[in-house]
Design a protein around this ligand. Structure first.
Ligand code: UD1
Length: 358
């Protein structure tokens, strides 16, 4: 039987592994060995996903933790290489654009183990953002490139990559469809005393938004302004990185009128999204998940890999500027035609596993 080692380490990767790993096991497609790098380690950044999404516990834990980009990537690279030499898999599966992904792909490629990249072909500016560097390099050394959309496949073709490229769709859409019956928006709202349609869900964690005091202050001002102008509450689950920066830059006062809470798991986040008025985010995954839940998002980025949604006018790109954020939120509260059929049919996991099992 074939052996596949699957590597995950950060929140968006757990969500993707939940789909692909479950499908591989359901089919008995191969021996599925799950490795957790340890990039995310807080209970509400890691364990909660394994519990809620009924994931297999990792077979191996690398325990790399936080660090500078070089240190974190190097630590995964060194530890994962040792593990691969022992496990000798036929394929290594990596997800998305994190430091864990790049390190895993690099370790495998140097050992001549074929790499399969789920969520290949995403491209965005600025080209020096860590996630863009990670995904471009990972695509380059992957043998199998699984794309969420035709645009992603075209991006790869534009860079001369066509071999091994397929477009199964987005596994996060599969997950949304699978989890939809378990979402409980009324209960999630009641716990936070929020009214249906009476709040915005906001998430911020990108380095260019959190590590620059002017950008972070502009975003928090923008959320406060949107709150005042729209009368909506702003629910802000705070990534640990953002919480640290808010303290470091002395911006705690800007949280007084926002509903800042600890990071929340998949089920609560998606339940709350179902009843929100709109989303504001710099998360790659969440701007798409909001769309799956039928909500428009103001995307706090200079550019996005999910251009299908911004080109269609559903999601709105916005700089970290208070006035622009407030007006983008006002725009996102208006109805818009929802683009359809861009990220597959909800069977991306099946198609990836079928294709890799061959
Ligand atoms: C990483 C990914 C990003 C993804 C995001 C999802 C990279 C380069 N970026 O960004 O693509 O969208 O995960 O959340 O890989 N921290 C904790 N506890 C944790 C995890 C992190 O306190 O469990 C704090 C640490 O101070 C750490 C900081 O958050 O230094 C940043 O974490 P890190 O994993 O380096 O990057 P993310 O911003 O989470």
């Amino acid at each position: 039987m074939k052996k596949v080692v699957s590597l995950a380490g950060a929140r968006p990767q757990f969500v993707k592994e939940a789909v692909v790993g479950a499908e591989a096991r359901r089919r008995g497609a191969w021996e599925h060995v799950l490795v957790h790098s340890g990039q995310h380690y807080d209970a509400n950044m890691s364990d909660i996903f394994f519990a809620e999404l009924e994931m297999k516990q990792p077979d191996h834990f690398l325990g790399v933790g936080s660090g500078s980009h070089g240190a974190q990537t190097a630590d995964v690279l060194a530890k994962f290489e040792v593990l691969l030499m022992r496990e000798k898999p036929d394929t290594v599966l990596v997800y998305g654009d994190t430091n864990t992904t790049l390190a895993g792909a690099l370790a495998a490629a140097k050992l001549k183990i074929p790499v399969a990249h789920v969520e290949a072909g995403i491209r965005q500016h600025p080209k020096d953002m860590p996630e863009e560097i990670n995904r471009v390099l990972t695509d380059r050394i992957s043998a199998r490139l699984f794309c969420c959309s035709d645009l992603a496949a075209r991006n790869l073709a534009g860079e001369g990559m066509t071999a091994g490229v397929t477009v199964p769709g987005d596994v996060m859409y599969d997950l949304y469809l699978k989890m939809a019956p378990r979402l409980a928006p009324d209960e999630a709202r009641a716990r936070l005393a929020l009214d249906e349609g009476g709040y915005i869900v906001a998430t911020i964690h990108r380095d260019f938004n959190t590590d620059d005091p002017k950008a972070l202050a502009g975003i928090l001002d923008g959320l406060n302004r949107a709150h005042r102008e729209s009368g909506l509450e702003v629910l802000l689950p705070l990534h640990p990185r953002t919480r640290k920066r808010v303290a470091e830059f002395g911006l705690e006062d800007s949280l007084r009128h926002l509903r800042a809470v600890e990071p929340i798991g998949y089920l609560d986040l998606m339940s709350l999204t179902l009843h929100c008025a709109a989303a504001v985010t710099d998360s790659g995954g969440y701007q798409k998940e909001a769309y799956y839940a039928g909500k428009r998002a103001v995307v706090l980025m200079p550019d996005t890999g999910w251009r299908e949604l911004t080109d269609a006018g559903w999601n709105l790109l916005c700089p970290p500027d208070a006035e622009r954020i407030a007006s983008a939120v006002a725009e996102a509260l208006a109805p818009a035609p929802r683009p359809e059929n861009i990220y597959g049919a909800g069977d991306a996991g099946e198609r990836i596993v079928e294709s890799l099992a061959e």
